[in-house]
Design a protein around this ligand. Structure first.
Ligand SMILES: Nc1ncnc2c1ncn2[C@@H]1O[C@H](COP(=O)(O)OP(=O)(O)OP(=O)(O)O)[C@@H](O)[C@H]1O
Ligand SMILES: [Mg+2]
Length: 303
């Protein structure tokens, strides 16, 4: 579990993180979403110690990372795996060498042991053996991400950080990478933090979603709650971005007929209008009495 307490970060007096508090649980994909510049990367960098927060705390299973000694910080760092934006593989090293790198840095294992572990993790991310001796430039973007993920988990981390793991990937490959991250998180009961813009990821693997807006946590919830949230800023973000790609998910709701009771009529109507479907089967798309109904009111129960 990782807990952030009133985390602040400024650069030259300019506040970028304005006091973020959040709890991220084990065995969950904690997604940090928000528009460009909202502070996702800075937040992640403060968490892993690449930036020193201006104030506040980052607790790793209760241990206050920011105020630990260098030696104690190192113990926690060794439990952190990171998948950097763009993969950040070493161009001049083969796939195998890239994945072995953290073991070379942090362990004294014999070469044969290291190779065994490398094979294990490359198997886990479903990378075929013929790719082991290739250089990053010789494999596809999706394969590069698999390698980067394998490298991030090779030391068996307790905490996994992924900054925009899908950048540059097509939607299908993104889904494969998302699913791998999700499965691995559950399998090893890791606390995983993923920065993303991708609403598909949000719907697929968003066990816990934190929406950042101008350096503040504006909303948090899960991938069921996000669709029906009444938070205006969040709605602006999800509706403006790739919301329509999620039409498929919304249609599932339509097919199963499960619209949570607490859904505000206004939100449901907006979704209906976006998707041009009659979700609640009342014979109308959107709000039937837009002009004469006060917008605050809930719709009467329908059947
Ligand atoms: N090293 C730095 N020095 C000064 N300002 C910085 C530094 N790093 C980030 N910032 C500022 O912090 C703000 C948040 O940046 P950040 O990279 O966290 O955004 P982000 O949410 O990750 O955006 P994106 O979705 O584009 O990756 C930006 O205004 C950025 O200019
Ligand atoms: Mg970023």
């Amino acid at each position: 579990m990782i807990e952030l307490k009133d985390l602040k970060k400024s650069f030259d007096e300019k506040p970028v993180l304005k006091g973020v508090s959040v709890v991220m649980d084990d065995g969950k994909c904690n997604l940090i979403i928000g528009s460009s510049g909202s502070g996702k990367t800075v937040l992640m960098k403060c968490m892993v110690g690449l930036f020193k927060p201006t104030s506040g705390n980052v607790l790793y299973d209760g241990a206050d990372f920011v105020n630990l000694s260098d030696k104690e910080q190192k113990t926690i760092r060794e439990k952190i795996g990171m998948l950097f934006q763009g993969g950040a593989l070493f161009d001049s090293q083969t796939v195998e060498q890239n994945v072995m790198f953290p073991m070379d840095m942090f362990t004294n294992e014999k070469y044969s042991k290291k190779r065994e572990r490398v094979k294990q993790v490359l198997d886990r991310v479903q990378l075929k053996e013929e790719a082991y001796k290739k250089f990053p430039s010789e494999i596809s973007g999706g394969m590069q991400k698999r390698v980067a993920l394998a490298r991030a988990i090779v030391l068996n981390p307790k905490y996994l950080f992924c900054d925009e793991p899908n950048s540059g990937l097509d939607p299908q490959t993104s889904l494969v990478i998302d699913k791998l991250i999700h499965e691995i998180t559950k399998e090893y009961d890791m606390t995983t933090i993923v920065n993303t813009h991708d609403m598909n990821s949000v719907m697929e693997i968003g066990d816990h979603i934190i929406y950042m807006h101008q350096g503040e946590k504006e909303w948090e919830g899960n991938n069921k709650e996000i669709i029906f949230s009444k938070n205006e800023k969040l709605n602006e973000f999800i509706f403006a971005s790739e919301f329509l790609r999620d039409a498929k998910n919304m249609r599932t709701i339509q097919e199963t007929g499960e619209i949570p009771k607490e859904v505000e009529a206004g939100i449901k109507d907006a979704i209906e209008e976006k998707l041009n479907v009659d979700l609640d089967g009342d014979g109308h798309i959107g709000d039937p009495g837009k002009a004469d109904e006060p917008s605050e009111k809930k719709a009467p129960p329908k059947k």
